[in-house]
Design a protein around this ligand. Structure first.
Ligand code: ADP
Ligand code: FDM
Length: 215
């Protein structure tokens, strides 16, 4: 048991297009939760440190080429390989703040020609279900003002525009606790909103079993 509760931790996911502020807000949220006596840790997907993650990283850096199907399944496998660790931490009362999850998986692959949403979702069906999905909504023009894209795969404004449309479709799913946040606000304003939503989700998750995504 932690100071504040004996329940499980909450699974909190931050999603959004590139440069929406996901990483900035994940770090601030973890710090704030810990400071208020709520155990929390940050995770990110892809987790480039594992063997599967290294294959993904080489692909994103354009050091290798893979079939679109192959890389999609590697992204999913990278989540599944971390599920035992995630469950163990959640059960110990640690809330997990996750930078991207299966929603990025579906949004990015289904933005490629010939990929249905359904095909893209299948490998991730049954993953631990997030208790809260914060979507940092940022117009592509505003995103482009936050600096140039790097050299990685997917870092073009045309592709990101299609990705945004796929995210919008996924957000219509009422079985998930989506909260859309206007990412054009200041870092501190966003942090305050995100912290409030997260505290509510943590309180709600405490007495509930971990759900299964898209099941
Ligand atoms: P992401 O992880 O979504 O790609 P980052 O957190 O890395 O985004 O932020 C991308 C860039 O935008 C960084 O240079 C960061 O300092 C800046 N940034 C983050 N949040 C804001 C904000 N609310 N307003 C203006 N700039 C921001
Ligand atoms: N991405 C991320 C995917 O295509 N599928 C996924 O399942 C996930 C989690 O990989 F372009 C994409 C999204 C982004 C890249 O970049 C990872 P960051 O900078 O590490 O978030």
């Amino acid at each position: 048991c932690s100071k504040m509760s004996c329940g499980r931790g909450a699974l909190i996911v931050l999603e959004g297009v590139d440069k929406a502020g996901k990483t900035t807000q994940c770090k601030k949220l973890v710090q704030a939760l810990i400071a208020s006596g709520r155990p929390a840790e940050m995770m990110r997907f892809p987790d480039r440190t594992t063997k599967i993650g290294q294959l993904i990283s080489a692909y994103l850096e354009k050091k290798s080429n893979l079939e679109d199907q192959t890389v999609h399944l590697l992204f999913s496998a990278n989540r599944w390989e971390l599920v035992p660790e995630m469950r163990e931490k959640l059960e110990r009362g640690i809330s997990l703040v996750v930078d991207r999850y299966a929603f990025s998986g579906v949004a990015f692959t289904s933005a490629k020609p010939g990929f249905s949403l359904e095909w893209c979702m299948n490998p991730d069906v049954g993953l631990p279900k997030p208790d809260l999905v914060l979507f940092l909504q940022l117009h592509p023009t505003a995103a482009s003002q936050r600096g140039q894209f790097g050299a990685e795969r997917y870092e073009t404004s045309d592709f990101q525009r299609v990705v945004m449309q796929r995210f919008e479709h996924l957000m219509k799913d009422p079985s998930l606790n989506w909260q859309v946040i206007d990412a054009a606000k200041s870092i501190e304003e966003l942090h305050a909103e995100i912290k409030t939503h997260s505290e509510t989700a943590i309180a709600m998750a405490e007495n509930q079993p971990i759900g299964e995504l898209w099941k």
